[in-house]
Design a protein around this ligand. Structure first.
Ligand code: FAD
Length: 308
């Protein structure tokens, strides 16, 4: 059995792997796709001390760092179920999709999250070519340009306020007839001179030419009329979904499906820790996930040295 089994190989899992292995304990990482969301990122300019890199490069560097230590990396392995230890200090089991079972004294869950797609024509085609999901990451790329935000909940309205300070103009598109964000955010948004809000508006297409976004089409749900907004960027803000469906009923989750952790990365299950985008950690970023992975690994080590 492993001393520490990490499920998920994004920045959180890779950092946890390095920190655990450096304690000289038996460490494994099982990941559906090593590198995680980082693989899908074009430019990364906010990982501190690295001025600029791209997703595939950072993903390869994460893997190389983990492989520099004695870590068992099991790539293309999806976990399907976790079974807590029967008694304190006992082994935790992780059942894999392929039928196998891994056993460990401690487990770190770092399965990340995925952005919900709007699923309209153009979204997939222009991903990273004008279609973006993370305003903290990609907002500065649209400096002085026109953008839209799809989604009028808290994250959409926060994104629109954030972008309005950087870009030339923001069009906010909300499907429902009112914005669902907190009133204080909505008031702030409405006070901004370079923001247009369309409610009751259904995005129907993201258009582009020469490999770049050039517009967004939406239907006014009251009149049925189609409109086109010329722009350079579209931020989709209709939810970040944690990859925690497989943990339901075993590990305590928030109403958003995030694994509930304390400041040290403990979950409600003894010996089970969690880190990164799959948890309640505020702000979902690479540097934050990596830090949380280190925290979880140190907590797992702390747990192990207290066992008989
Ligand atoms: P993830 O990176 O999501 O990794 C999760 C890991 O778990 C993967 O290995 C996955 O395959 C695995 N996994 C999932 N389910 C299972 C399972 N059941 N069994 C086994 N393995 C499983 N952040 C920044 O800081 N800067 C940026 O510029 C930036 N740009 C971004 C651009 C895009 C397009 C996207 C999508 C995100 C961006 N982010 C950026 C956010 C950043 O990528 C995430 O915050 C970060 O990757 C989270 O790390 P993580 O390790 O928690 O999860």
């Amino acid at each position: 059995p492993y001393d520490v089994l990490i499920v998920g190989g994004g920045p959180a899992g890779a950092a946890a792997g390095v920190y655990a292995a450096r304690k000289g304990i038996r460490t494994g990482i099982a990941a559906e796709r090593f590198g995680g969301q980082v693989n899908d990122t074009l430019g990364i300019e906010n990982y501190i001390s690295i001025l600029e890199t791209d997703g595939p490069k950072l993903a390869a560097a994460l893997e190389a760092h983990a492989r520099a230590y004695d870590v068992d990396i099991m790539n293309l392995q999806k976990a399907a179920q976790i079974i807590p230890a029967e008694q304190p200090g006992g082994l935790i089991q992780v059942k894999m999709d392929n039928g196998g079972t891994l056993q460990a004294k401690t487990v770190i869950l770092s399965t990340g999250a995925r952005w919900r797609n709007v699923n309209v024509p153009g979204e997939a085609e222009y991903k990273n070519k004008g279609v973006a999901y993370c305003p903290h990451c990609d907002g500065p790329l649209f400096k002085g340009k026109r953008t839209a935000v799809i989604g009028g909940g808290n994250s959409g309205v926060e994104a629109a306020i954030d972008l309005a300070g950087i870009v030339a103009h923001v069009t906010l598109i909300e499907f429902a007839d009112t914005l669902k964000a907190d009133a204080v955010l909505v008031n702030k948004l409405k006070s901004l001179p370079n923001v247009t809000i369309h409610t009751n508006a259904q995005t129907t297409e993201i258009t582009g030419a020469e490999g770049k976004v050039n517009g967004l089409k939406y239907k006014d749900r009251a009149t049925g009329e189609e409109h086109t907004v010329p722009l350079e960027g579209v931020f989709v803000q209709i939810g970040l979904v944690p990859n925690t469906e497989w943990l339901k009923g075993t590990v305590e989750l928030s109403k958003f499906g995030e694994i509930i952790i304390d400041a040290k990365g403990h979950t409600n299950v003894p010996g089970v820790f969690a880190a990164g985008d799959c948890t309640t950690v505020p702000y979902k970023q690479i540097v934050i996930a990596a830090g949380a992975g280190a925290t979880a690994a140190l907590s797992a080590f702390d747990h192990l040295i207290r066992q008989g």
